[in-house]
Design a protein around this ligand. Structure first.
Ligand code: HEM
Length: 501
């Protein structure tokens, strides 16, 4: 017993001593941003950061000002909080700030995908071709078909769909967006009933992975959770395997193009399966949660719901479904919905909270808008968290925590693009998609998909909160920095397909 005590004590002293040694050498040099190494050697501020990144950064910002370097798990991150100074970081004319290095490490860990040179360019050129312009117009039609299939079933509208049903709003939105998005991008077999069942099963597993995701990225999983993550990864590799693709029709040109590229580069089929998993995650992890916030805000703000419904009637007419009909309309109406556009932009301002990261290659001088210059060290990471520094800035967005459906409409009812900080016009007034080289290549499809869903819900369905007084739930703080926020608990609602009179 005594011997074990001694061994454990020695181990503890050794570990703490080693961690102290690792942390010690770093001292702030002249011209560098304020350095905060945190309370624990090597770990630094990792615990507080992982617990609630938003609160942690708010505290650091108040303590150190617009630029500061913090230690997180042995790495140094320099946060820049002044949006007027984002330009040089995002443009990176000196090519010293690297987005790819960090992303490659992350996708290897999370999806098992070993990136190759040229992948980034390939993903962006596939997306320019098929998720924008004419390619996007095609995909919008496919998405409407997918939504119709998922929301009405393969036989179209059925009489019993007019009965009231109850569900969790978050589950309802995520489930529909996931299944419609997955089928539209990854294709169908000849049996649509079977496709819907498979998509449902995949959604159940996707949510399990989704819930573990933040702690997986931070390496905080317990042994059982590690095993579970491994099981889920294998399940997704199999379900999305290129072998399976052979049985499918209508795989989107976006996915087909990228897989063809990988084949031509000699990437092994097993690695292509992992690539598919990564694309499933990128394409389906955010649209559901944002659609949830959008519908919830509309349900909580009758004046916004009214404005969206009026606009929907203008573009769609008095849409009514006949028996066995599916949703079908000209998707070009998506260009004529400024009110809904504003609702979505406002929802993204409140619900999307990504972190933008760039690894510094070679010592680099950061020039701030106020003329101040900071020396950044090679190997450190520059980080932006626009949710706090932009979306919640009351100077740019008065009453920043309030949902205002017309915040992004100007006095003529068109899209508002003039926002100011300290009297200066600001270019980055919201950044839900990231920005610069790493901007989300699926953003146009994402917005159209979510708009189609909201339009269908307000046009064809009656819906109400089970408890109209239920407040908007707080966000789950563990997801700050990972993209879109999820609620900390469900909100019950009921809905029915509006009966034909
Ligand atoms: C509400 C929906 C969405 C949001 C808020 C969103 C946001 C983002 C953000 C913040 C990034 C990373 C930016 C960075 O690292 O700096 C990203 C990357 C990405 N997104 Fe989206 N996204 C959404 C939907 C989609 C959809 C529907 C697709 C595809 C159909 C998609 C495809 C991608 C891809 C492929 C990447 C990685 C790009 C790269 O490697 O450079 N996203 N997205």
């Amino acid at each position: 017993m005594v011997l074990w005590g001694l061994v454990l004590g020695a181990l503890l002293v050794f570990t703490v001593g080693f961690l102290c040694l690792l942390g010690l050498p770093r001292q702030r040099r002249p011209q560098e941003p304020p350095l905060d190494k945190g309370p624990i050697p090597w770990l630094g501020h990792a615990m507080a950061f992982r617990k609630n990144m938003f609160e942690f950064l708010k505290h650091m910002w108040a303590k150190h000002g617009d630029v500061f370097t913090v230690q997180l798990g042995g790495q140094y991150f320099t946060f820049v909080m002044d949006p007027l100074s984002f330009g040089p970081i995002l443009k990176d004319a000196q090519r010293k700030l690297d987005f790819v290095e960090y992303a490659e490490k992350l996708v290897l860990k999370v999806f098992g995908y070993q990136s190759a040179q040229g992948d980034y360019r390939m993903i962006h050129s596939a997306s320019t071709k098929y998720l924008m312009g004419d390619g996007l117009a095609e995909l919008n039609k496919t998405m409407l078909h997918g939504l119709s299939l998922v929301m009405l079933g393969p036989m179209g509208q059925s009489p019993d769909a007019s009965c009231w049903r109850e569900d969790g709003l978050f589950h309802f939105c995520y489930n529909i967006l996931f299944k419609a998005g997955y089928l539209s991008l990854f294709g169908y077999t000849k049996d649509q009933e079977q496709d819907l069942r498979q998509a449902e099963e995949l959604f159940v597993q996707f949510r399990k992975f989704d819930l573990l995701f933040p702690r997986f990225v931070y390496s905080l999983l317990g042994p059982r959770e590690w095993l579970e993550v491994g099981r889920l990864q294998r399940l997704f590799y199999k379900a999305l395997s290129v072998q399976h693709n052979l049985e499918k029709n209508d795989i989107s040109s976006w996915i087909s193009y990228m897989l063809q590229y990988l084949r031509e580069q000699g990437v092994a089929p097993a690695m292509q399966d992992k690539f598919n998993f990564m694309m499933l995650w990128a394409s389906q992890g955010n649209t559901g949660p944002i659609s949830f916030w959008a519908l919830l805000f509309l349900l909580k703000h009758p004046e916004a719901m009214q404005a969206v419904k009026e606009e929907a009637t203008q573009v769609l007419g008095e849409a009514k479904l006949k028996a066995r009909q599916s949703f079908d309309f000209d998707v070009s109406i998506l260009h004529r919905t400024p009110v809904l556009d504003s609702v979505m932009e406002e929802t993204l301002r409140l619900g999307a909270a990504p972190t933008l990261l760039r690894v510094v290659h070679g010592d680099h001088v950061l020039k701030m808008a106020n003329g101040q210059e900071y020396q950044l060290r090679s190997g450190d990471t520059v980080a932006l968290f626009p949710y706090l520094s932009v979306h919640m800035d009351p100077d740019i967005h008065p009453e920043p925590t309030a949902f205002k459906y017309d915040r992004f409409l100007d006095s003529s009812g068109s899209r508002k693009v003039d926002f100011y900080k300290a009297g200066k016009k600001i270019h980055h007034y919201t950044m839900p998609w990231g920005s610069g080289v790493s901007i989300c290549p699926g953003r146009f499809l994402a917005i159209n998909e979510m708009k189609l869903f909201v339009l269908l819900m307000v046009t064809y369905f009656d819906m109400e909160l089970v408890d109209p007084d239920t407040p908007v739930p707080p966000v789950d703080p563990r997801r700050w920095g990972f993209g879109t926020m999820q609620p900390s608990h469900e909100v019950r609602f009921r809905y029915r397909l509006r009966p034909i009179d």
